[in-house]
Design a binder for this molecule. Structure first.
Ligand SMILES: Cc1cc2nc3c(=O)[nH]c(=O)nc-3n(C[C@H](O)[C@H](O)[C@H](O)COP(=O)(O)O)c2cc1C
Ligand SMILES: CCCCCCC(=O)C(=O)O
Length: 361
């Protein structure tokens, strides 16, 4: 692969994917304001480089919930990697492992929890949605514990699926070979083509997601697992404080890549208030709109402990399978290292708000 930026890999992926799949991946909800905001907010910040600092040996490693990451970068949980590559999530986890980076595998994976774990050579967490019927959830938790996952990530911003107009227009449905293999097939019956005006994803969520979920349930889950519990989809100081009170080990500042509540605040904008609301040693991760090492450095300077990357990993997978996903993650890692060296802050821990200048909206 000769692409030099994630943007070029995005372009290359564009021509390789059927329109409905591409739009499922790239799209957001409603007017896609949040999707756009996630990307544009990085432009608000400039860097304040320090000079005459020894940057001969930058060190990107970070410790996160008991695991050592080669860099503060991970793969965000995304459903159905087999939409873009037959190997699916096993290719992705191998790619992340090549670079010593975190993978958050999705509950709606096309490969089993165990198949993914066997291929993992980097840190591995499992993302969960709360489905109707607690035994489904506790069954997955037990499997994750047995398979060696190091944390659970409960996604809390999706009591229902956002109104994704592109999917509705395309009548988006999963091809028959792509299935949520970790769930009972009876739960996921509607895999045929959807009529225009509906989406199989939204329909499954309507049938299966438990919309009664509250903080009490988080505490219930917390008591039933020995693994650290991470809450994904936190955007306010109020909820960040509640996450700490209810025993979360970390939060992910996320608006689901602009796919849920349209108009929700961009993640980079929400990050400072979340960081300020939690204890200093409480890990805050961020996802949404990370497309370069400079984006990652900006989020780290605003207090993110690690950033997660979504769509670019699927673009890489679409272009070159495992090697393509590894190329995306390697580019990000190299760009971040380069940025830290030129910033005169050779370790992630050297980054703070003083590395940034606010250029205004
Ligand atoms: C195709 C696709 C599928 C996704 N599936 C899930 C999922 O199953 N669970 C989840 O918590 N988030 C899911 N997300 C959201 C991502 O975890 C993440 O929040 C988002 O993609 C980050 O934004 P970015 O794509 O701009 O990096 C998905 C995102 C995409 C693009
Ligand atoms: C019932 C299937 C839900 C898959 C959800 C995938 C997802 O979160 C996304 O953003 O798309």
């Amino acid at each position: 692969m000769d692409q030099l930026t994630l943007r070029e890999i995005e372009e290359a992926a564009r021509s390789r994917l059927p329109v409905a799949v591409r739009e499922f991946i790239d799209g957001g909800s409603d007017r896609e304001r949040t999707l756009a905001g996630n990307l544009s907010q990085y432009g608000r910040w400039g860097f304040r480089p320090r000079v005459l600092v020894d940057v001969s040996a930058p060190d990107l490693t970070v410790d996160l919930l008991g695991s050592r990451l080669a860099a503060p970068i991970g793969v965000a949980p995304m459903a159905y990697h087999q939409l873009v590559d037959p190997a699916g999530e096993t290719a992705t986890v191998r790619a992340a492992g090549q670079h010593g980076l975190l993978t958050v595998a999705a509950m709606f994976a096309g490969r089993t929890i165990e198949e993914i774990a066997v291929e993992a050579t980097g840190p591995l967490w499992l993302q969960l949605y709360w489905l109707r019927g607690r035994e489904v959830l506790t069954g997955l938790v037990e499997r994750a514990e047995r398979a060696g996952y190091q944390a659970l990530v409960l996604t809390v911003d999706a009591p229902r699926i956002g109104r994704r107009l592109r999917d509705l227009r395309n009548g988006f449905a999963l091809p028959p070979q792509v299935r949520a293999v970790n769930l009972d097939p009876e739960l996921m019956v509607a895999t045929g083509r959807s009529a225009a005006g509906s989406s199989a994803i939204a329909e499954h969520a309507r049938q299966q997601f438990d919309t009664t979920l509250t903080w009490t349930d988080v505490a219930w889950l917390r008591e039933r697992t020995s693994l650290p519990l991470v809450l994904k989809g936190i955007l306010t100081a109020e909820d960040a404080r509640l996450a700490v009170e209810h025993g979360a080990a970390a939060v992910v500042v996320s608006n689901h890549g602009g796919r849920q509540l349209d108009g929700a605040v961009p993640t980079l904008t929400a990050l400072p208030e979340v960081v300020a609301a939690v204890p200093a040693d409480f890990p805050v991760l961020l996802d949404g709109g990370i497309r370069s090492g400079t984006d990652a450095a900006t989020a780290l300077a605003l207090g993110a402990r690690t950033v997660l990357v979504g769509r670019p990993v699927l673009w890489g997978l679409a272009v070159g399978g495992e090697a393509g996903a590894a190329r995306v993650l390697g580019l990000l890692q190299d760009e971040l290292e380069h940025t830290l060296a030129l910033l005169g802050r050779p370790r992630p821990g050297d980054l703070d708000r003083s590395a940034l200048a606010d250029l205004g909206a």
